[in-house]
Design a protein. Structure first.
Length: 139
């Protein structure tokens, strides 16, 4: 081996050293590249999880909006039904009130002809008196 080293020329030694340094540099570059590939893989996995969460969030948000719309529709229908019921109750109470007034007016005006008409939400009470006709309109 000693003879081989002595037989080598200075140019071949330099070329060999340069080649070894290039190989070491290439090994270091490969290690850095492996680290980068590993880090990018971790980031990719993290981004996939985030994308899945975002997609799930969008799905839930859409479902919530649909449910809120249905709830609002039901609230409006319920409110309309309550309003209709209240209007009927008011009309019934007004009818009762007018009937009581008619009864009281009839006792004061025994010969009078009393008539009650119900039209829609309006109650019209017509009472004939001695001098003419009076009309009462209530809502």
């Amino acid at each position: 081996m000693l003879f081989e080293e002595a037989a080598e020329s200075p140019n071949s030694k330099n070329r060999k050293e340069i080649a070894l340094k290039k190989l070491e540099g290439t090994d270091q570059n490969l290690e850095r590249l492996a680290d980068i590939v590993s880090e990018v893989g971790r980031q990719r996995d993290s981004l996939k999880r985030q994308a899945n969460k975002a997609s799930h969030y969008q799905t839930l948000k859409s479902e919530i909006m649909q449910l809120e719309g249905r709830l609002l529709k039901l609230d409006l229908q319920s409110g309309a039904e309550k309003l209709n019921l209240n209007q009927k109750q008011v009309a019934s109470l007004e009818l009762d009130q007018h009937a009581k007034e008619r009864g009281a007016a009839g006792s004061r005006n025994p010969g009078g002809n009393n008539e009650i008409k119900i039209t829609g939400a309006r109650i019209i009470n017509k009472t004939k008196s001695r001098g003419g006709q009076r009309t009462y309109v209530g809502l």
